[in-house]
Design a protein around this ligand. Structure first.
Ligand SMILES: Cc1cc2nc3c(=O)[nH]c(=O)nc-3n(C[C@H](O)[C@H](O)[C@H](O)COP(=O)(O)OP(=O)(O)OC[C@H]3O[C@@H](n4cnc5c(N)ncnc54)[C@H](O)[C@@H]3O)c2cc1C
Length: 304
């Protein structure tokens, strides 16, 4: 694989579910070392691609580019760079898109970003900027032969309705997107309802489920606040029942996420996208469980 492999093409031709990993750009040297180690531990699992997030208002622009370039230089992985349109002019966005292109990054996740304060704070377009992720998809498509991904929301977006979300996804596909990746979720039904609404609206692109295992009780509230994800009572109860033992909480988080992944694959989801939080252990453990059940011959066993 190379950094130039098109994720849209890869998904269109995939004969098995894809697996991909998301990282955030490190803030300092210690963060860089952690990310380097994590990628070294995850690369042997042969993910179909990896991605690097982007600060909502362009704040991490250089760090994201640097992290993407480092992955290209030191691995064989296919890489996708995220790009948000919050807080940036169209000219600034064009410069980032061109920088991705010049670096050989042909996969971009085009998302809007949020105002400081999160998704529920009313969003305001930046002067000289864009109004939505759909416009960003169009801008990216106009600058070169990029494979473009977009965001989708199984639990709905804070400022939308499920029906509007489906129309927005269709608009993104028409603007040039070829796949979507979802926000984290815990309710399998919500993911398939989203896919069903998108298909009814005429949107045919693959919608990759985004998987975020809960590894500490503190994260329960934080994830719900950050992403709008509904945490089912059963999930919260299971984690709270072992809250005084961090190792057991982590084991329960892995078990819950692995069960969700297992059910997604059994119901023919096109793949799984793991939000790794720049750590490898939990993702390795979940994939080891899944590969034992779903595709034992596809890849080498997880590194210990
Ligand atoms: C997989 C994934 C990765 C992400 N990565 C990042 C990242 O790297 N950096 C980051 O800062 N954030 C990231 N986010 C978060 C994302 O920026 C927020 O969820 C944001 O609130 C919405 O982004 P969007 O691309 O869906 O926006 P949009 O598609 O623009 O939609 C946002 C809202 O605008 C309104 N809207 C848009 N289009 C229309 C329309 N045609 N008609 C009416 N209303 C409309 C709706 O209320 C809609 O809910 C990610 C999210 C996901 C799911």
């Amino acid at each position: 694989m190379s950094s130039r492999e098109s994720i849209g093409g890869l998904l269109a031709n995939a004969s098995a579910p894809t697996f991909s990993f998301e990282f955030f750009p490190p803030k300092d040297e210690a963060g860089q070392q952690l990310l380097t180690r994590t990628i070294a531990e995850l690369e042997p699992l042969e993910p179909d691609w990896v991605s690097v997030t982007y600060g909502a208002n362009g704040s991490s622009r250089q760090r994201t580019l640097d992290a993407v370039l480092a992955i290209i230089a030191s691995t064989e992985l296919t890489v996708m760079g995220h790009l948000t349109c919050t807080g940036q002019t169209v000219d600034e966005l064009k410069a980032v898109i061109d920088a991705y292109g010049d670096a050989g990054v042909t996969n971009i996740l085009a998302i809007r970003g949020d105002m400081p304060g999160g998704a529920s704070v009313p969003w305001e377009p930046y002067p000289g900027g864009l109004h939505s992720a759909t416009e960003l998809v169009g801008l990216v498509a106009s600058r070169g032969d990029f494979s473009i991904g977009v965001a989708a929301f199984p639990d709905g977006h804070a400022t939308s309705t499920p029906e509007l979300d489906a129309q927005i996804l269709l608009g993104k596909q028409r603007a040039g997107a070829s796949f979507a990746v979802t926000q984290l979720f815990f309710d399998l039904g919500h993911y398939f309802e989203l896919v069903g609404r998108a298909r009814s609206a005429g949107c045919s692109m693959p919608i990759m489920p985004g998987i975020m295992p809960v590894t500490s009780v503190k994260q329960l509230g934080r994830f719900a606040e950050m992403s709008g994800a509904d945490i089912p009572a059963k999930v919260a109860e299971r984690l709270l029942s072992v809250s005084d033992d961090p190792e057991q909480v982590l084991a329960a988080g892995v078990e819950i996420a692995a069960r969700l992944c297992d059910r997604l694959l059994a119901a023919h989801a096109p793949g799984l996208h793991f939000f790794t939080q720049n750590r490898s252990r939990v993702t390795r453990e979940i994939l080891a469980t899944l590969r034992a059940d779903h595709q034992p011959d596809r890849r080498s066993p997880a590194a210990e």
